[in-house]
Design a binder for this molecule. Structure first.
Ligand code: CTP
Length: 453
């Protein structure tokens, strides 16, 4: 159960606390508070920042609700912070980013109605109470006024016992249709559970079961499903988050390809271990998500993977990796295995793996035949993939075409072939970097002799 820190008693103390916990958001909060007072417009901190403040955790983003003309307030704040503003009139929201890297969402207090399950809501201006009532969990439905006529600044507005739930460690929804309206909240819940040490209460778990039984996820747009799944895969511990979602019966309800069990856990573990290695170029954000998603469905038939790519409307790169990459890796592995170990000189292997992308090689190392053994080594496909990643692909010759021209080679095919030959010898380790030039001279002399014969 989380330990809560008492809320500061006034605005100044609140800003001091924010300055300690979340230096990135404090300046914008202070300026927003001053602006609210000048415009005589009630403005509240809401959602995650309030929850995190009580938990004593850092917030990087700020959500503000304005009980009044949200767009006017947003424009004023953007002016003061001297940053551009993006307004979304349909949702009565605006967003801006401060130079310190804090993202601020500003919204007019609003109510929402969902015409159909999992659809986007229709919004209309409403009182703060309504705005808090439409939210996902009680712990995210608290507000702190920066300026208000009816509340003292820094007084917690907690209409739905969010404070009590947070102290007890519960994620509780505010009404029975919450997950039907917005099933992405279930994936959010799994992330919050793990990140904040909270737990869906029993009633909420039953509502999840209903969403699964009624296949509500099928109604979710591709964009929203992709976005939420990406956030899950990009979270600090995606495997544990998916364990939880699988226990709730949710993963397969997202798409039939997304079964989650011990084989999938194992693949994630192998891949993430490799991604942490210093020899591997860091992959963050979308690149990492695409790799994890591909590892997830590694053993599903191509048609099923293709269906998933369609459902998620994956961008071209991620789609290619998921639909084609797995087959390309299998083909390359098969090619190496059928050649047999005797014929697998490094230069031959490198040639066979040349067409694979960096991501495909990583997956091959993590998941293809021979992977999972203590640091897979040749002569397994996984081991060869590693050698290609760590050694062969980046191998640079110390000499170039210019050196060959200086020896006497004519520009053309023979020069290219010679460079390839020398690279092959370096890969096979039959010469060292210092011997490259000597090898080039030797090849030149031999071809001169042949010409004279
Ligand atoms: N919200 C909601 N339903 C959603 C998404 C968001 O009710 N599907 C509400 C919650 O009140 C949430 C707020 O909008 O607190 C802001 O959403 P977001 O910034 O996505 O989440 P945070 O709660 O701020 O959490 P995080 O720390 O992950 O940013």
């Amino acid at each position: 159960m989380p330990d809560l820190t008492p809320l500061p008693s006034n605005l100044k103390a609140l800003l001091d606390r924010l300055a300690q916990l979340s230096p990135r958001v404090v300046e914008a909060t202070r300026i927003a508070g001053e602006l609210a007072r000048q415009l005589d417009m009630p403005v509240y901190l809401v959602g995650g920042v309030v929850r995190d403040l009580l938990l004593g955790r850092e917030s990087v983003d700020l959500d503000l609700v304005v009980d009044g003309d949200g767009a006017a307030f947003a424009r004023g704040l953007a002016d003061r912070l001297e940053v551009p503003l993006r307004l979304h009139p349909t949702f009565m929201t605006g967003e801006l980013s401060t130079p310190s890297g804090c993202r601020i969402d500003i919204a007019a207090a609003r109510g929402e109605t969902y015409p159909q399950p999992a659809s986007l809501p229709v919004v209309e201006r409403a009182a703060l109470t309504e705005d808090l009532r439409r939210r996902d969990f009680s712990v995210n439905a608290m507000a702190i006024p920066l300026f208000s006529r009816s509340h003292r600044p820094a007084e917690l507005v907690d209409l739905f016992s969010g404070h009590g739930d947070l102290a007890a460690g519960f994620l509780r929804v505010l009404h029975e249709r919450s997950f039907q309206d917005d099933p992405t909240r279930i994936l959010r819940a799994a992330r919050f559970e793990l990140r904040l040490g909270l737990r869906l209460d029993l009633a909420a778990e039953e509502l999840v079961a209903q969403v699964v039984a009624e296949a509500v996820f099928d109604r979710l747009s591709s964009g929203r499903l992709r976005q939420e799944l990406s956030l899950t895969l990009a979270s600090a511990n995606p495997s544990a988050t998916l364990d939880r979602l699988a226990a709730l019966g949710v993963t397969e309800s997202l798409h039939p390809a997304l079964q989650w069990g011990t084989a999938e856990q194992d693949r994630f573990l192998r891949l993430t271990r490799i991604l942490e290695r210093s020899e591997v170029e860091q992959r963050e954000g979308k690149g990492r998500v695409a790799l994890l998603l591909t590892a997830w469905v590694w053993d599903r038939p191509r048609s099923v993977r293709n269906d998933l790519a369609e459902r998620l409307q994956l961008p071209a790169g991620a789609r290619y990796l998921l639909v084609e990459g797995i087959g390309r890796i299998a083909e390359a592995s098969h090619g190496l295995l059928t050649l047999g170990p005797r014929n697998l000189a490094p230069r031959v292997v490198s040639e066979k793996l040349r067409h694979l992308s960096g991501d495909e090689l990583l997956l091959m190392h993590a998941l293809a035949e021979g992977a999972g053994r203590a640091d897979a080594v040749e002569p397994t496909p996984a081991g060869w993939a590693w050698r290609e990643i760590a050694e062969m692909r980046g191998l640079q010759l110390t000499i170039s075409g210019r050196d060959l021209l200086a020896i006497g080679f004519q520009p053309g095919r023979e020069l290219g072939r010679t460079l390839e030959e020398i690279r092959g010898a370096r890969l096979d380790r039959t010469i060292t970097a210092e011997e490259e030039l000597a090898m080039a001279r030797q090849i030149f002399e031999q071809s001169e002799e042949r010409r004279q014969e």
